[in-house]
Design a protein around this ligand. Structure first.
Ligand SMILES: *[C@@H]1O[C@H](CO)[C@@H](O)[C@H](O)[C@H]1NC(C)=O
Ligand SMILES: *[C@@H]1O[C@H](CO)[C@@H](O)[C@H](O)[C@H]1NC(C)=O
Ligand SMILES: *[C@@H]1O[C@H](CO)[C@@H](O)[C@H](O)[C@H]1NC(C)=O
Ligand SMILES: *[C@@H]1O[C@H](CO)[C@@H](O)[C@H](O)[C@H]1NC(C)=O
Ligand SMILES: *[C@@H]1O[C@H](CO)[C@@H](O)[C@H](O)[C@H]1NC(C)=O
Length: 209
């Protein structure tokens, strides 16, 4: 990806009139956000340079500038999840965070404690893929990150320091916020472990560009 000086980067984002979001950490399968309407932003194949991710006490960071919006996180425990079905268990979509709605935008640091999901295969040393789904005025958008889980790993300070102490709550939605779409993520299901999305606001707008 090209690096732009800070100000022109802001101008660039302001002038592209789309509401696509950016997954900053853990790194997504590929840099482009243009294909986000597609499964894993169009990056269908698993990557081999997986990000080590803590089994407990993890988080992810996204840049989302369109309000209001809704987000959810799914997980696959397959080695090469390359379609939406790979993120289903026998009952349907395998959420690690159920849909929640919020007006909060910017760089967001969102807790993701995978150890509390009790999903078989989510354990120390496992290869998993998370799929982050966002609905914010631009259809339903997807980004995936391929991970290796570890119970003795701490996210480096330079990444965790981009999350400030400011905490805001988002409301959990009892049903999918996507009434017009009945595709892979469009159906409601039982709310699992996480009922509330607790967003921790990121630092300055440029901190994690
Ligand atoms: C994996 O490597 C590709 C190509 O070098 C890079 O674009 C991507 O950011 C890397 N992903 C991770 C998680 O390091
Ligand atoms: C995890 O994936 C890597 C390639 O990304 C592979 O080398 C390794 O064997 C896999 N580990 C397990 C436990 O499947
Ligand atoms: C995955 O689950 C969703 C929701 O239950 C369902 O609509 C979809 O058909 C399933 N996909 C596959 C490939 O099983
Ligand atoms: C940390 O856990 C990984 C498995 O996730 C293991 O391979 C590694 O040896 C462990 N490191 C330490 C220092 O315990
Ligand atoms: C977060 O809050 C704690 C306690 O209120 C404080 O000690 C710490 O310095 C704060 N960290 C940052 C990065 O502001």
């Amino acid at each position: 990806m090209m690096r732009y000086p800070a100000l022109s980067a802001l101008a660039l984002f302001a002038s592209t009139a789309n509401a696509h979001f950016r997954l900053n950490f853990p790194a997504p399968r590929g840099p482009d956000t243009e294909g986000e309407l597609k499964f894993c932003a169009g990056y269908t194949e698993v990557t081999t340079n997986r990000t080590t991710f803590p089994l407990s006490g993890g988080f992810f960071t996204i840049k989302q500038n369109h309000t209001p919006w809704s987000g959810a996180v799914l997980i696959s425990t397959e080695q090469n999840p390359n379609d939406f079905g790979a993120f289903n268990d026998t009952k349907g979509e395998q959420f690690v965070r159920y849909w929640a709605n919020t007006d909060v935008v910017g760089n967001l640091c969102i807790p993701l404690d995978l150890s509390r999901t009790n999903i078989p295969g989510v354990r120390d040393g496992a290869n998993v893929t998370i799929q982050i789904a966002v609905i914010g005025g631009d259809g339903e958008l997807f980004q995936c990150a391929d991970l290796t889980l570890s119970n003795n790993y701490t996210i480096p300070k330079e990444i965790s320091d981009t999350c400030s102490n400011t905490t805001v709550s988002a409301s959990a939605s009892a049903q999918s916020p996507s009434p017009t779409r009945s595709g892979a993520l469009g159906l409601t299901q039982q709310i699992p472990t996480y009922v509330f999305l607790l967003f921790v606001l990121g630092g300055s707008a440029l901190a994690i560009l």
